[in-house]
Design a protein around this ligand. Sequence first.
Ligand code: GRF
Length: 192
Amino acid sequence: MTHIAIFASGNGSNAENIIRYFNVSPESRNRAAEVNLVVSNRADAFVLERAARLDVPAMYLKNSGFRDPDIILPLLKEYRIDLIVLAGFLLMIPPFLIEAFPGRIVNIHPSLLPKFGGKGMYGHHVHEAVVAAGEKETGITIHYVSEECDRGEQIFQASFPIHPGESVESVEVRIHELEQRHFPEIIESIIR
Ligand code: GRF
């Protein structure tokens, strides 16, 4: 059984969807993984409430805790974590953590990387930039995490055409739908 930790900073719709897939849904019995831990660098992040409601241990850790090997590594060991999933996590992952989990940290980004990635490109900023650039399509990228922001090896992309005159809000809604549809299955395919 693969033990997953989710790191998230905000709302947590992806985290909840992944927990439902691996821990809650009737089919979860047949899955080879479960979510054992949710950690947020924001004390007030809604993701903590979502996880607690679904009986997944959920905790707040200061930014400095994520950067301290003596804090984060024992925590992940305590929960026997094999795979870290970043779902709307806004801190850079420190090199020691990447070394401790080689090829076992996965992120989802709401654009077709390498386009609209890197510093400052998160959440609605991404969709605003995509629409302002007059892009004809957008989508999601699921990738391994490397030391360079949004540059790790890609695992999966899915896209859709942007309608003429489509609003940023509409693009954001459709991106979230795409994330909900694909992220858990891609995580499962990595594990297999
Ligand atoms: C998602 O769009 C994800 O791609 C990005 O941050 C957003 C998080 O949304 N990295 P949520 O917290 O899962 O609702």
